[in-house]
Design a protein around this ligand. Sequence first.
Ligand SMILES: *Cc1c(COP(=O)(O)O)cnc(C)c1O
Length: 280
Amino acid sequence: MYPVYVDTNVMAGNTGEADASGAFAGLLYLPCTPENGFVPAIPKEKVDLVYLCYPNNPTGATATKAQLQEWVDYALANDTTLLYDAAYEAYIQDPELPRSIFEIPGARRCAIEFRSFSKIAGFTGVRCAYIIIPKELEGRTTGGTRQLVHPLWSRRHSTKFNGASYPVQRGAAAIFTPQGEAEVTELITHYMGNAALLRAACADVGLAVYGGENAPYVWVACPAGTDSWGMFDRMLTEANVVITPGSGFGAAGEGYFRISAFNSRANVEEVCRRIRQLLG
Ligand SMILES: *Cc1c(COP(=O)(O)O)cnc(C)c1O
């Protein structure tokens, strides 16, 4: 998963120390594998917070309404808060797939959703995002008292953050105009075309390929005998292409690498040529 979920909790003091494998005490890691379609099984344990990200970075996997309903039911039964990261919802092509956790009945009582302009409109350097905290969402204090989350967030936000700058907000608002929506659609179609080319190139050389159909990331199993960093080195030194080693996303990512579709068509076509040359 997106390493920020771990790092922010470590920095906030929410975990214990890391063990020799790099796993932090106090966190429950849920393996996402091809066998479970990169949607982890519901844990038997009771946890306070669950991070879910669909479409997923790095695997490009998506979750169905039925799968998200299981998480909402778990959260309601266990007083768990779901932190649902929908940064890539605009990349969903399949109309059956949910674009928001709030499409799932009961989610307003147990979930917070993150949305960002970073991937939908190239705002990564510009900085603008938003989150949805339903007014009815309650958390529990350490002592077990129920507490509405929205007023806490409102207090925190209006005290510690004065908001994104006005020009940035105007830029973000422009995304929702008819012209903005048309331009975003064109950009996403372009990236999804890149993803399809990257998927095809990796499949052609016999690699197992996941994602890239409702997300801008293609998740690829390394050739037999090569680990994630070995693949990174090969691609860098033999093909002059930078990919992301899967092990950087957690233990279950070892043996995989991620290719991003965020690039020009010409660069992607060249990368596909080099993948075929290197591994074909
Ligand atoms: C890029 C990304 C975000 C967005 O982060 P910003 O801070 O808004 O740029 C959120 N979640 C995931 C999984 C991402 O990959």
